[in-house]
Write a protein that binds this ligand. Structure first.
Ligand code: FES
Length: 184
């Protein structure tokens, strides 16, 4: 019984689809049921049909919400970094997580050389972490960085190469001094 009604419903939909454009159908998916008696389904089918429509709308609503939250998730996470220059002048910048301090300095017109472009072949990106607390949060330097630091002018206990210090949430608030001179 239900099967034959469903078949009749399908036949009527096909008939009207041939007369109407897809656009008008998509604007008003209920138009056939509203204007054609032959498409009035039994109550149980109507509920099923409307249930499907409701689920469809719920689905799109959920997707919209997810997209919004994904957009929120895409928002770039940054940390606050202060560079203290050769003249003791301070520059406060926001640095995206994952960016090196050398890149961040260059993007903000801070005078920090990077002669070898982060290939660990110079010490011109030498910086001094001003607080031991932050220095201890950094990854240990690899041998190549230590080799280059040995050549750095004004080496201190908390010296690092700026191209090897990568922004991460724990470093929020870090202060980096740029030595008065650098050796290539
Ligand atoms: Fe040369 Fe960092 S830019 S080691």
């Amino acid at each position: 019984m239900l099967n034959s009604r469903v078949a009749r419903f399908g036949a009527c939909v096909a008939k009207h689809l041939s007369k109407r454009t897809y656009a008008s159908m998509s604007r008003s998916p209920y138009i056939l049921t509203a204007t054609n008696r032959c498409l009035q389904p039994p109550l149980s089918f109507n509920m099923l049909y409307n249930g499907a429509m409701i689920k469809k709308h719920s689905f799109f609503s959920t997707m919209t919400t997810n997209n919004t939250s994904e957009e929120g998730g895409d928002k770039e996470e940054t940390i606050s970094v202060t560079f203290v220059g050769k003249d003791d002048g301070e520059t406060h910048i926001k640095v995206p997580v994952g960016m090196s301090m050398l890149e961040a300095a260059h993007e903000n017109d801070i005078e920090l050389e990077g002669a070898c472009e982060a290939s660990l072949a110079c010490s011109t990106c030498h910086v001094i972490v001003m607080d031991v607390e932050y220095y201890n949060k950094l990854e240990d330097p690899i041998d190549e960085e230590n080799d280059m630091l040995d050549l750095a002018f004004g080496l201190s206990e908390t010296s690092r190469l700026g191209c090897q210090v990568i922004a991460k949430p724990e470093l929020d608030g870090i202060r980096l001094a740029i030595p008065g001179a650098t050796l290539r």
